[in-house]
Design a protein around this ligand. Structure first.
Ligand code: GLC
Length: 673
């Protein structure tokens, strides 16, 4: 919106700021600023408009943007322009990610550089390096308690090393994601230390209360995130004789975004990370940033405005920089992080599809995909230009909250169903092959989540321990089938490090006092490179998983319909054990993905295939590279098997199939009998 006064003041500010010469270089920045100034002001005022300092802080914020742009390197500025023109850079089928802890995967950042080829060999071209900024030794929640946002922790190396890694990835056409821990700092952060020393300016950076009764209203509405290891939401600071808000662990102090200076400081951190060459930032714990007494203090309107404002500012400085919302909340709430109302599609471009992930695990434990289908149909549509991260495992636990009305309609009691899942994945249910463990059991509510690696939850770990060949084959098929889903479902697939070779649980955390209270460490393994070497050994478990996954990745990348333009429909397979969805694009490419969640062969009728616009007898499976065989109009889907169905090739496609044939000779696709 054109606002002559605002624009005039902006021009003045820009020309009076030191070192912005030549002004010509600031042209794209200025244009973007003109387009966004009024919106930024409006959003800023929604948070801070009632404060005396609002006007002053607004202009300081704009000045922060000028400084951040000044710091942005020429290659990144150029990349911004390219990405502005090519909005779908983060939506396309070519992207396949992996998340990993640098130290546990490789050692230091310099060691990580030597492992990049291993990632590219698999087909990874986007990496999420888990928290590596400075955090205290000992308990630091896996780096999610940051004590300095502008330096790399010495466990990983130096800031220069991170810059070199970012450059190396960019030169290889790979994308980089880092975390921005925005809800809280470590209690060792300079701001927290100054607050603790009595400085009122910094005490205002956090939520402090002198008397217990003052926080009771907050506490009453707030759930506990870690009820087992960090009960309550406040911690008493002896030195100050005051309470400070600590929603996560007691060493993670919640930032007070009601203070505009906190907002500005955190925005500067965000842009600092963007200027390092981060392509996609993972905004940690975004649901928690604005607290309101008496409410759950999650997903508040203002928490969304904070993100919209950050996005609007980032669009001015670094438009080629995308946001991931880490909001592990109910689906109706998650989609709000893409932006709604007048901010539709203008908040975070990407969000974790935690609901989908949990539903997949439900379907595995139940050999039934009915709840999965109901659950994803219940996820509200998302704006064009936004996308999901689809994943099976990450460094966190798996929450098992499903829409209760869905469970009731299936004759299931939510509490008992959750208990079944917790028992199943902890291996406490007769016949379950899983070896996970309950996480954050809350005796007050009976609630629990699940920890455990993919291999442990899928039965592979048990199969290896018991040398059970059938279970081994079955769990490898299950692991590949699940990966096949996240690689073809609408969104960006994100693979968890170690899962590509079937890494089991790591129990070494139990001997470390700074970790033993948190069993999420059981699925944060130290990468076993001897095990990884076995991908070269034909027929080994590692080779079967790695090569199977590699082939799926290749297929995804060569299927343009896998790009996420909301081009997916869930299909009725008429068989509860079978999950089917169709992916397509405007150019007519399409793939029907069919997956069997049970340990016995299942059948689907040719009607499903016809309904999706294929001729059943002229249909091929891309995974096998050959025509499907139907028996009396029925297609058999092997136990934990999967098809990626498409039209039988025309001549050009025939050539492609021949290519695939060559590939097949290299990779053995594990399939049931
Ligand atoms: C996010 C992280 C989790 C961490 C929490 C607090 O949810 O994924 O690991 O404990 O934020 O920072």
């Amino acid at each position: 919106m054109y606002d002559p006064q605002l624009h005039h003041d902006f021009r003045l500010l820009l020309s009076s700021t030191k070192n912005v010469k030549p002004l010509r270089e600031f042209e794209p920045f200025s244009q973007r600023a003109f387009a966004n100034l009024s919106r930024i002001k409006k959003l800023f005022n929604r948070l801070y408009g009632s404060l005396d300092q609002a006007e002053e802080q607004y202009w300081l914020l704009i000045q922060d943007l000028i400084h951040a742009f000044k710091e942005r390197s020429l290659p990144l500025r150029r990349q911004d322009l390219d990405r502005e023109a090519k909005r779908d850079w983060y939506l396309n089928e070519k992207l396949v990610g992996m998340m990993l802890y640098v130290d546990r995967f490789a050692g230091k950042l310099s060691d990580f550089e030597g492992k990049v080829d291993y990632l590219t060999e698999l087909g990874i071209n986007w990496v999420h390096l888990m928290p590596l900024l400075k955090s205290p030794e000992g308990s630091n929640d896996g780096g999610y308690a940051v004590s300095d946002y502008r330096s790399v922790d010495e466990r990983f190396g130096k800031l220069e090393d991170l810059k070199r890694v970012a450059d190396k990835l960019r030169s290889k056409g790979m994308l980089l994601t880092l975390d921005m821990v925005m809800n809280h700092t470590s209690d060792q952060h300079e701001w927290a230390q100054k607050a603790k020393a009595g400085d009122p300016f910094y005490q205002d950076f956090y939520y402090f209360f002198e008397e217990r009764f003052m926080l009771d209203e907050y506490e009453a509405g707030m759930p506990e995130v870690f009820p087992h290891s960090a009960p309550g939401n406040f911690t008493y600071v002896e030195e100050l004789k005051k309470w400070v808000m600590t929603v996560f662990h007691k060493y993670q102090w919640d930032l007070n975004y009601r203070n505009p200076i906190v907002f500005r400081e955190m925005l500067k951190v965000l842009l600092f990370l963007a200027n390092l060459g981060v392509d996609i930032i993972r905004l940690d714990a975004v649901a928690f940033t604005w607290k309101i007494p008496g409410s759950t203090s999650q997903n508040t309107e203002e928490a969304h405005v904070i993100l919209q404002l950050m996005k609007a500012c980032a669009e001015v400085v670094a438009p080629g920089f995308a946001f991931i919302a880490e909001a592990i909340v109910a689906p109706q709430e998650v989609v709000r992080y893409f932006g709604e109302g007048e901010n539709y599609g203008r908040e975070c471009e990407i969000a974790y599809n935690a609901t989908f992930m949990a539903l997949l695990w439900d379907a595995v434990a139940s050999s039934d995909t009915t709840l999965l289908k109901m659950g994803i149909e219940g996820i509200p549509p998302k704006p064009k230009g936004t996308t999901w991260i689809n994943y099976l495992r990450c460094h966190d636990d798996i929450g098992l909250g499903f829409e209760e009305s869905h469970l009731y309609s299936l004759g299931k009691t939510p509490f008992l169903h959750k208990k079944y899942l917790v028992d199943y994945y902890s291996g406490n249910f007769e016949g379950s092959p899983a070896l996970g463990a309950p996480f954050a059991f809350n005796p007050k509510t009976g609630d629990a989540r699940i920890s455990g690696s993919l291999a442990a939850l899928a039965g592979l770990e048990k199969a290896v321990a018991e040398q059970d060949q059938d279970l081994l084959d079955q769990s490898i098929r299950k692991i590949l089938m699940l990966h096949g889903i996240i690689l073809s479902y609408g969104g960006l697939p994100l693979i968890y490090y170690g899962d590509e070779i079937g890494t089991g649980n790591d129990h070494s955390y139990l001997d470390q006092p700074d970790k033993s209270y948190d069993n999420r460490w059981m699925h944060r393994p130290i990468m076993d490179w001897e095990k990884a070497d076995k991908i070269e050994v034909e027929g080994s478990t590692e080779a079967r998983i790695f090569n199977g996954l590699k082939k799926l990745i290749l297929l995804r990348k060569s299927s343009p319909e896998m790009a996420d333009h909301n081009s997916i429909s869930i299909e009725d397979s008429e068989n509860p054990a079978v999950f089917a969805f169709l992916r397509w694009n405007m150019e007519g490419a399409k793939t029907l993905v069919i997956s069997n969640f049970s340990d016995s062969p299942q059948y689907i009728s040719s009607a499903l295939i016809s309904r999706c616009g294929f001729t059943p007898y002229a249909t091929m499976d891309k995974l096998e590279g050959e025509a499907i065989r139907m028996y009396h109009d029925l297609l058999e889907v092997p136990a934990f098997g999967q098809y990626w169905l498409t039209d039988l090739p025309t001549f050009e496609a025939f050539q492609a199939a021949k290519e695939m044939d060559k590939l097949k000779q290299e990779f053995e696709w594990p399939r049931g009998n």
